[in-house]
Design a protein around this ligand. Structure first.
Ligand SMILES: Nc1ncnc2c1ncn2[C@@H]1O[C@H](COP(=O)(O)OP(=O)(O)OP(=O)(O)O)[C@@H](O)[C@H]1O
Ligand SMILES: [Mg+2]
Length: 236
C-alpha cells in the first residue's frame, strides 16, 4: 500500500484516512482568497518540519516577497526553513521572462519546472497555478500533453504535488479547461457559502483521491493564526 503523508492540517489527514498518498498529484481548486496558498504552504512546512523534506512553491501569481509577508504571521511559518532552503518559493514568471520562453511551449515549461525541482531535490511541490500555465499554452491538446507529462515527471522525481486551480467564485467547478481534474490523482475543492446571517464561510471538500477511502463531506474551514482548521458543517 502507498505510504500516507501528513498534509499539515490534522483534520484533513483524518478525512483522507491518514493523509495524502505519497507521490500523488492533487488538484487544489478554489476561487480567489479561498485559502489555496495558505493550505499549500502549510503542506510544505509540514513536510520540511516533520519529514525533513524540501518543499518548493512555484508561483506564477504572487511575488515571493508578498507571499512571505502574508505568511509571516502564521504559527507554521518558520524563517529557519527558508534560510536553510528547506522551503523555496520560486517566482517562475520572472524566470520565464529572463529565459525568453514566452509564449510558453509545453516543452519549455516542462523543462523549466522539472529542472527547478531536480536542482532543489524537492519532495513536496506546489504549482500556483496550473490555470496560469494552461492559459499560456493555448489549446486543449497542449494542456493535456503538458499535464500528463508533468504528472509523469513528478512521479518519476518522487514528488507529492499540489496543482493549484483557479476557478470562478460560487461555482461547482474544479478547473477552467475541464481536463485538469481527470489527469490529477485527487481533487480538493475550496469554496465559500453564505450562512443564515449572510456571513461568508469557507468550506473544504475532498472530491476525489485515487486509492483512498475518504470522506466526501463538505467541511467548514477556518483560517486562523494557527493555520487551517476544519470542522463538520453541522457544528456551525
Ligand atoms: N492571519 C490570518 N488570519 C485569518 N485569515 C487570514 C489571515 N491571513 C489571511 N487570511 C485570509 O486568507 C485569505 C487569503 O488566503 P490565500 O492567500 O491562501 O488565498 P488564495 O486562495 O491563495 O487566494 P488567491 O487566489 O488570491 O491566490 C485572505 O483573503 C484572508 O481572508
Ligand atoms: Mg494564492
Amino acid at each position: 500500500m502507498t505510504e500516507k503523508i501528513k498534509t499539515g492540517v490534522e483534520e484533513l489527514d483524518v478525512i483522507l484516512d491518514g493523509g495524502l498518498p505519497r507521490g500523488h498529484a492533487v488538484l487544489l481548486a478554489g476561487s480567489c482568497g479561498t485559502g489555496k496558498t495558505i493550505l499549500s504552504q502549510e503542506f510544505l512546512f509540514a513536510g520540511a518540519k516533520e519529514y525533513d523534506e524540501v518543499g518548493i512553491y512555484i508561483s506564477l501569481s504572487e511575488s515571493r516577497e508578498k507571499m512571505i509577508s502574508n505568511l509571516e504571521g502564521f504559527d507554521f511559518y518558520d524563517t529557519k526553513m527558508m534560510e536553510q532552503n528547506k522551503i523555496k518559493i520560486v517566482d517562475i514568471t520572472q524566470d520565464a521572462r529572463l529565459m525568453n520562453l514566452e509564449p510558453l511551449t509545453v516543452n519549455g515549461v516542462m523543462n523549466m519546472i522539472s529542472s527547478i525541482i531536480r536542482d532543489s531535490e524537492a519532495k513536496r511541490v506546489v504549482i500556483d497555478s496550473v490555470t496560469a500555465i494552461c492559459n499560456s499554452l493555448g489549446n486543449e491538446k497542449n494542456i493535456r500533453d503538458f499535464l500528463f507529462e508533468l504528472g509523469l515527471q513528478l512521479e518519476y522525481l518522487d514528488c507529492t504535488t499540489l496543482f493549484i486551480s483557479e476557478v470562478p467564485p460560487m461555482e461547482f467547478t474544479y478547473s477552467v479547461f475541464g481536463v485538469e481534474e481527470f489527469i490529477a490523482d485527487g481533487v480538493i475543492l475550496l469554496r465559500e457559502m453564505e450562512d443564515k446571517t449572510g456571513n461568508l464561510i469557507r468550506t473544504l471538500q475532498v472530491i476525489k483521491m485515487r486509492g483512498v477511502n475518504h470522506s466526501r463531506a463538505r467541511n467548514a474551514m477556518e483560517i486562523t493564526q494557527a493555520g487551517i482548521q476544519l470542522k463538520p458543517m453541522f457544528e456551525l
